[in-house]
Design a protein around this ligand. Structure first.
Ligand code: SF4
Length: 508
């Protein structure tokens, strides 16, 4: 049997190399090979990292008033929608060229479900009799959406280590792929139906290690990998447990050793650890970092999904920096106690301040991420958060809240019926909780960029003009590109009370 594992193109305003790592698809590819299936992995978004311009989809039409197509520079919002990867037709052609018996479409986030179904439709058009399976976190949270499309034969939910071996055994024995596997669906489900039972998760010994090279230049290799799965915490806004459960599991020592021995050598490695809770087992994590160094690799590390600053302390910051941590992404969530309580989170703002100072003292950057638009949030609190972050020696990362089917408050899948999955992307700035409007979310996004702009060390002439105008008028401005020049213009679509309040305090 031959399989093609495909990561569909994605459509969004932007993407980043680490989002395109496709670790889940890499794991499926390895599992298929281990189970006797010849497999080819096609990571389509990684084939055109800059993407091609697309008209704004109709369902995002509400964003039109906020998009300035010629906008540029430090305060800008997104300027255009893009398709990352070859056209669906070309992707289907490449898949057909591999002459597979079946295709596994990997959907790592529900926000990209439309693209997964779009690719499946094009494959069915080109190869009508092909078996198409879909899996991944995006599928697990709402299998009904994929089933209802009518383009997918088997829907694999939960972790691939559970479903793939049994699925392949069924096919080899000429049984229906889903026979006796509750995690695999074949019958047509309604969109509002959901994953019917609590997912069964792999034990540490069975976890398929996944490593991906996301970028290679003359001197650097960017690698993404994960050492653990699952998180026992239950932050209300998080969807991690829907696929990976709440039990924390880490790769056994012998697998870690084999990952390290297979890391590329000869170039500087920039390793992004995609784990959700890296600091939970500090000893294990530090031992991994030391082993990479002891292997002779020249490696720097980052953790794009963030580090829990509550688990950091001064000596640990120094040790991580000494072992090659090049940037500290710290997740604040919210600074409001009542919101945090509702979200099952806690905060220690003084400690966060201390940790950013500790990182800064070592000459390294840190970014503090907060979520905007949570239940109980509002424009005033967002402005206070931005003022707090303005005073820290760290950059601000803002994540507009987005819903995912199955997270707390959105357990009922029927809510999502008729709502395009694309709205479940942070970049869509959809007011899911009704606590902040799209206008306020986008204003907060620009203001977060202004907070970072104020920390920029050297400014170009046009940036200096922008800063002077903002400080003098206390009104949000941005840079636009004109024919052969640039100009500073007001952001007419910004929420005036948020900008007046925040700029009044920042430039008082
Ligand atoms: S947000 Fe992070 S800490 Fe909270 S449950 Fe999700 S993975 Fe765990």
């Amino acid at each position: 049997m031959k399989a093609c594992v495909a990561i569909p193109p994605i459509r969004d305003f932007y993407t980043t190399p680490h989002r395109l790592s496709g670790l889940g698809a890499h794991a499926v590819h390895q599992l298929l090979i281990k189970n006797g299936v010849q497999s080819v992995l096609l990571n389509f978004p990684a084939m055109s990292k800059k993407g091609t311009a697309l008209p704004l989809p109709d369902e995002l039409g509400y964003l039109k008033p906020f998009i300035m197509e010629t906008e540029h520079g430090p305060i800008s919002f997104f300027t255009g929608y893009r398709h990352f990867g070859p056209s669906f037709e070309s992707c289907a052609g490449m898949i057909a060229g591999e002459t597979p018996d079946m295709v596994f479409i990997s959907c790592f986030a529900y926000a990209y479900a439309q693209e997964a179904v779009g690719l499946a439709a094009e494959i069915k058009r080109k190869i009508p009799d092909i078996m198409i399976c879909a899996g991944g976190a995006g599928v697990t949270v709402s299998p009904g959406y994929f089933s209802e499309s009518g383009k997918i034969d088997y829907i694999l939910t939960g972790e691939a280590e559970i479903s793939i071996p049994r699925f392949i055994r069924n096919l080899t024995a000429k049984r229906p792929g889903n026979a006796g596997i509750p995690e695999v669906y074949s019958a047509r489900m309604h969109c509002s139906e959901q994953y019917k039972k609590e997912a069964v998760h792999t034990g540490p010994e069975d976890m398929e290690p996944a490593t991906a090279i996301t970028l290679e230049t003359a001197r650097h290799v960017h690698v993404s990998l994960t050492l653990s799965r699952g998180c026992w915490k239950s932050c209300r806004f998080c969807s991690n447990h829907l696929t990976h459960g709440r039990e924390y599991r880490q790769l056994p020592k012998q697998i870690i050793d084999s990952i390290i021995s297979n890391l590329p050598s000869g170039k500087k490695l920039l390793i992004n650890l995609e784990d959700d809770n890296l600091l939970h087992d500090r000893k294990y994590f530090l031992s991994f970092l030391r082993k990479v160094h002891d292997s002779g690799r020249d490696a720097l590390f980052s953790a794009e999904n963030g580090l829990d600053y509550m688990l950091l302390d001064g000596p640990l910051v120094r040790e991580l920096a000494g072992l090659g941590f090049r940037q500290f992404n710290l997740s604040l969530g919210s600074m409001d106690e009542s919101i945090l309580k509702r979200e099952n989170r806690s905060a220690a703002l003084a400690h966060l301040g201390d940790m950013t100072h500790a990182v800064h003292g070592l000459g390294l950057p840190s970014i503090v991420y907060f979520i905007c638009g949570l239940e109980g949030d509002g424009p005033a609190l967002t402005c206070e958060t931005l003022l707090f972050l303005h005073r820290l020696p760290a950059l601000t990362g803002i994540s507009p809240y987005y819903a995912v089917p199955g997270i707390r408050g959105f357990e009922e899948r029927g809510i999502f019926q008729g709502i395009p999955p694309r709205l479940c992307a942070g970049s869509s700035a959809w007011p899911w909780n009704g606590t902040m409007s799209t206008q306020e979310l986008i204003t907060a996004f620009r203001l977060a960029r202004l907070v970072n702009f104020c920390k920029k060390k050297s400014l170009t002439a046009i940036e200096q003009e922008l800063m002077d105008v903002i400080a003098a008028t206390k009104n949000l401005h941005t840079i636009i590109k004109e024919k052969n020049s640039m100009a500073v213009v007001p952001v007419e679509s910004a929420d005036s009370s948020m900008t007046r309040y925040l700029l009044g305090r920042m430039f008082e």
